[in-house]
Design a protein around this ligand. Sequence first.
Ligand SMILES: Nc1ncnc2c1ncn2[C@@H]1O[C@H](COP(=O)(O)OP(=O)(O)OP(=O)(O)O)[C@@H](O)[C@H]1O
Ligand SMILES: Cc1ncsc1CCO
Ligand SMILES: [Mg+2]
Length: 277
Amino acid sequence: MKSEEEPETSVWPRKTWTFLSEVRRRSPLIQCITNFVSMDLMANTLLSAGASPAMIHSSDEIPDFTPHVHALCINIGTLSGDWFPAMKLAAELSSKLGKPWVLDPVAVGASRFRLNACLELLKLKPAVIRGNGSEIIALSKASMESTKGVDSSHESIDALESAKALAEATGAIVAVSGAIDIVTDGKRVVGANNGVAMMQRITATGCSVTALIAAFVSVDQLHALEATASALSVFGVAGEMGMSNANGPASLRMHMIDSLYGLDEASVLSRVNITSL
Ligand SMILES: Nc1ncnc2c1ncn2[C@@H]1O[C@H](COP(=O)(O)OP(=O)(O)OP(=O)(O)O)[C@@H](O)[C@H]1O
Ligand SMILES: Cc1ncsc1CCO
Ligand SMILES: [Mg+2]
């Protein structure tokens, strides 16, 4: 069968396996400026996927350190005034050096402070923005929407038009997590259909998949949409496989990390479920 005739259902799993294999082969260095809640799960997610995390956030060392990283992840989850200049400095340096950086606008609709911070960060050209439905709607409209803090009060599909508009306005790939993870460049839209609902019951799973997106994009910057959908799908597959041994959120957290570490080609090829929307 010629590749252009190959069904989408088999093309995406192979792409996804290539991304995961490249992350494991190259072990990209991912700088994470992230909230205190997520640091542990985020670092362990990156390590179990084969990448190399570094939670380095001081403005005093960013000029020395950031030029050596393969990608940067910025997450505003526990934002405070003294951290914000470091986020801007690292994002600015990354953009100047042509390194991809990824934004997680945690609870962006919860305060004027968070909204203004994200709007400033958007000017520094993130390659990817990943949030839940409520976050992407608030950021796209630049408004303080009704919000449940860091959790979403919207389904991911409710944020589809907001995601497209945000992608068009910023030039970034925009991903909305949820039952279906939606990924768009403003024109193309794909959905990653993996994962289990209990992943929402573990804090910082969204933060961690954003860092995984940074790792996937770092190995193929020119295909950021494909990298983003693949990272979301791989994380979802790890959740599905982990779920078969889990009794609740705490044991799912452990088994999900183990599943991500042990994920093999056969499981990726049979389980990855990414389709055009
Ligand atoms: N109903 C669901 N079914 C399957 N997977 C889901 C569901 N809801 C969320 N997920 C998955 O859980 C992970 C976290 O997504 P979520 O939307 O909860 O992020 P978030 O709100 O930013 O989380 P956090 O702020 O705690 O990091 C993603 O990988 C997503 O695909
Ligand atoms: C619970 C929580 N509060 C601020 S950041 C964070 C982690 C999930 O986003
Ligand atoms: Mg979040």
